[in-house]
Design a protein. Structure first.
Length: 455
C-alpha cells in the first residue's frame, strides 16, 4: 500500500495575509509521503493594490515561493486581465498551468498552458487535469476560445486512464458542476474545486469520486490522502480534511516579502493621470456629483441613450487636484466592466422603479464583481422621470423622458451601465435583455482614468 497526499487551495482572491500562514503550515506539515500542492484558481483579484500594480505577477511569485506543483486559473485571472495580461501572468511561473479548455483563437493551446500533467509519485502515476469556468462570451471578447469542460474531459479521459493510476481534476467550475462531473465521469478519483467558495470539511462522495472544496480567502488549506494498492492497481481509500490557517503564526520571511511588494505597488500606482479643479463628492443615499459624473461617462463610453450606475460602486469622492491610478483603484477596486443593454420603454420603467426603491438602495451586495458595501442611490444621465410619491416611502414612475421626448412603452432605448446588473437577480429586465454588449477589458476605473486624462 502507498499513501499519497495532495494539498489544495482555492479562491484566495489576493488576500495576501493568507500566504505567510500558508508558508507556516507547509513548513510544519512537511510529509514523508509523496505529495503535491495545487491551487484551483482565483488566486489573484485586482481589488488588491499589489495585484493591480503587478498585473498579478506578484501572486505568481508567491506561488513560486511556496513551491506549488500545479495551478489552474479562474475567472479573476481569465477575464479581468486582457489577452496580453493573461499571457504574461505566468511568464515566470515555476509550475505548470493546467487548463484543458482554454485555447487561442486558432484552436491551439497557449504556450503557457497544458491540459494535464502526469506526476510520478513514488511509482504511482497521478494525472492532474485542469478546467476553468465556461464564460464563453467574455473569453471571446478578449481574444480567447474556451470550450465546454465536459466535452474536453470526455475527449481526454481515455488518454488519462491509459497513462495514469489516479485521476485528479482541478476544477474552477463550481460545486454544481463538480457534482455533475462526478456523476457523468466516474473514472475521476478526486475533484478539487473552487469558484463557488464551497467548504467541504470532510469532502463529499458521489459514487467513488471524492469532491473537495476549501472555501475562500485562504481560510483553509485542504488535504486529501489517498491509499493506493500497488498489487491490485487500485485506489482503496480516499479521505479529505481542512486545516484552519488562522491557527498558524505567519512566516516572517513571507510577511517581509509582501511588505516590499506593497511598497513597490504604491510607487507604481502613484502616477498622475490628470487633474480636477473641483472636488467630486459621493453620497451613497443622496444625489451627488461623482455618481452623476460616472453615469454620464458610461453613457458616452457605451454610446448609449442613457447612463445608469449605482453610487455604491464609488467608495469615496475625489478631492480637487491631481488624480492618480492609486486613488482610482482605491475608490473603484471592482473587476466590473461597462455594458450596454437595449430595453423597451416598459422594461426601462421596471428597472427605474426597482432602482429607486429604498430597499434596493440599502441592499448589501456580495459577489458579482462588487467589492464595496451597499448598492446606494442610482444615478442616471440623459433621462428624467415624472414620479408620484407613495405613502409607504416608495415612488411610482408615471412618465420617462429622453431629452424632451416622452418614451413610449414599446420604444427601444439603450442603457450604458455595468455588467454587474446583467448577473444575479437584481434587475430581471436587464438579465432577460436579448441585446447586450460588454466592453472588455476596460474596468470602471479605466473609464474614469480615460475621463481624467483628457483623452
Amino acid at each position: 500500500m502507498q499513501q499519497i497526499r495532495i494539498l489544495h487551495t482555492n479562491d484566495i482572491h489576493s488576500h495576501f495575509d493568507a500566504y505567510p500562514k500558508l508558508a507556516a503550515f507547509l513548513k510544519e506539515q512537511a510529509s514523508t509521503h509523496p505529495s503535491a500542492l495545487v491551487d484551483i484558481g482565483d488566486n489573484m483579484d485586482r481589488f488588491h493594490p499589489i495585484t493591480e500594480a503587478t498585473g498579478g505577477k506578484a501572486n505568481t511569485a508567491l506561488l513560486n515561493k511556496l513551491r506549488y506543483d500545479f495551478v489552474t486559473f479562474g475567472n479573476n485571472e481569465g477575464i479581468t486581465l486582457d489577452h496580453q495580461g493573461l499571457s504574461e501572468l505566468y511568464e515566470e511561473a515555476e509550475f505548470p498551468v493546467l487548463a484543458a479548455n482554454l485555447f487561442e483563437e486558432d484552436g491551439g493551446y497557449p504556450q503557457w498552458v497544458k491540459p494535464y500533467e502526469v506526476k510520478d509519485m513514488d511509482g504511482i502515476n497521478v494525472a492532474f487535469f485542469g478546467v476553468t469556468v465556461f464564460y464563453q462570451h467574455f473569453y471571446s471578447l478578449l481574444g480567447w476560445k474556451i470550450e465546454d469542460p465536459y466535452t474536453i474531459l470526455e475527449k481526454y479521459l481515455p488518454e488519462l486512464k491509459e497513462k495514469a493510476d489516479i485521476i485528479v481534476v482541478l476544477s474552477h467550475l463550481g460545486i454544481s458542476d463538480d457534482e455533475e462531473l462526478a456523476r457523468r465521469f466516474p473514472e475521476i478519483d478526486v475533484i478539487l474545486g473552487g469558484h463557488t467558495h464551497h467548504v467541504l470539511p470532510d469532502g463529499r462522495f458521489i459514487g467513488d469520486t471524492l469532491i473537495c472544496g476549501a472555501g475562500k480567502y485562504g481560510q483553509y488549506i485542504g488535504q486529501v490522502d489517498l491509499i493506493y494498492d500497488r498489487e491490485a492497481r487500485s485506489l482503496v481509500e480516499a479521505t479529505a480534511k481542512l486545516h484552519k490557517l488562522e491557527l498558524y503564526e505567519p512566516a516572517k520571511e513571507i510577511v517581509d516579502l509582501i511588505k516590499e511588494m506593497q511598497q513597490t505597488a504604491e510607487q507604481t500606482l502613484n502616477k498622475r493621470i490628470g487633474r480636477i479643479e473641483q472636488p467630486l463628492p459621493v453620497e451613497w443615499f443622496a444625489p451627488s456629483a461623482f455618481p452623476d459624473f460616472l453615469a454620464a461617462r458610461l453613457r458616452k463610453w457605451c454610446q448609449a441613450d442613457i447612463g445608469m450606475v449605482n453610487s455604491g460602486v464609488l467608495l469615496d469622492g475625489l478631492e480637487e487636484g491631481d488624480v492618480t491610478h492609486e486613488v482610482l483603484h482605491r475608490i473603484c477596486p471592482h473587476p466590473i466592466n461597462p455594458c450596454r443593454v437595449a430595453l423597451t420603454g416598459e422594461e426601462l420603467r421596471e428597472v427605474v422603479q426597482q432602482a429607486l426603491h429604498p430597499e434596493m438602495e440599502q441592499l448589501r451586495v456580495k459577489g458579482l464583481g462588487f467589492r464595496g458595501e451597499v448598492m446606494g442611490k442610482m444615478a442616471f444621465n440623459g433621462v428624467h422621470f415624472d414620479q408620484e410619491h407613495i405613502s409607504d416611502g416608495t415612488v411610482q414612475i408615471t412618465a420617462i423622458y429622453i431629452g424632451d421626448r416622452l418614451l413610449k412603452s414599446s420604444d427601444m432605448v439603450t442603457v450604458g451601465t455595468i455588467d454587474m446588473f446583467t448577473f444575479g437577480r437584481m434587475y430581471p429586465s436587464i438579465i432577460r435583455a436579448k441585446e447586450k454588449k460588454f466592453f472588455l477589458p476596460e474596468l470602471l476605473r479605466d473609464v474614469l482614468a480615460h475621463s481624467f486624462s483628457g483623452k
